[in-house]
Ligand binder design. Structure first.
Ligand code: UDP
Ligand code: MG
Length: 155
C-alpha cells in the first residue's frame, strides 16, 4: 500500500468543492488516512514549491495558496501515488483531460484545485511536511475485501 499527499487548494475551498473532490477520491476506493485544514505560511510554501521559487509565477502562486486555508489529505491505497496523480490530470486545467479533477473543475494553470504528490519519494517527504505521524491513521477499510483481490491485498 502507498500513501500520498493531496492539498485541496484555495481554488477548491473557495469554490465550495471540498465535498465533491473528497467524494471522488472516496468513490475511487482510496482510504482517507489523514485530513486537516491548514493556513499555509511563506516558509512551508517555499519548501513545498522549492522547485519553482525562481520561476516568475512563484509570487502569485504563493499568494494564491494563502487566500484561504487549504485541506490536506493523506490518501492510501495500492499504487495510490500514481492513481491520484492520474485522477488529478495535467497541470493546466485548460489542457487537462475531461474526467480528471482539473479537466472537470479548472480553467487555469495556477488555480487548479488540487496538489498531488508526483512520486513515491516525494509523497513520503510531503506527508511529513503536512502531517505529524499521529495525524495519519492506519485502519482497515470495512470494504477492503471488495476493493482488492486476495492476491493484490498481500502487496
Ligand atoms: N503553476 C503556475 N504556473 C505555471 C506552472 C505551475 O502557477 O506555469 C502552479 C500550479 O498551481 C501548479 C503548481 O504551480 O499546480 C506546481 O507546479 P507543478 O509543475 O509542480 O505542477 P503540478 O505537479 O501541480 O501539476
Ligand atoms: Mg508538482
Amino acid at each position: 500500500m502507498e500513501t500520498t499527499l493531496v492539498l485541496l487548494k484555495p481554488s477548491c475551498v473557495q469554490r465550495q468543492l471540498i465535498g465533491e473532490i473528497v467524494h471522488r477520491f472516496e468513490r475511487r476506493g482510496l482510504r482517507i488516512a489523514g485530513m486537516k485544514m491548514m493556513q499555509l505560511d511563506d516558509a512551508i510554501l517555499r519548501e513545498h514549491y522549492a522547485h519553482l521559487v525562481d520561476r516568475p509565477f512563484f509570487p502569485t502562486l504563493a499568494a494564491s495558496m494563502q487566500t484561504s486555508p487549504v485541506v490536506a489529505l493523506a490518501l492510501s491505497g495500492l499504487e495510490a501515488v500514481g492513481v491520484v496523480r492520474a485522477m488529478t490530470g495535467f497541470t493546466n486545467g485548460r489542457k487537462a483531460d475531461p474526467g480528471t479533477i482539473r479537466g472537470d473543475y479548472a480553467m487555469s494553470n495556477q488555480q487548479n484545485i488540487v496538489h498531488a504528490s508526483d512520486s513515491v519519494e516525494n509523497a513520503a517527504i510531503e506527508l511529513r511536511r503536512f502531517f505529524r505521524p499521529e495525524e495519519i491513521f492506519d485502519y482497515k477499510s470495512g470494504v477492503f475485501d471488495f476493493l482488492y483481490g486476495v492476491d493484490e491485498a498481500l502487496q
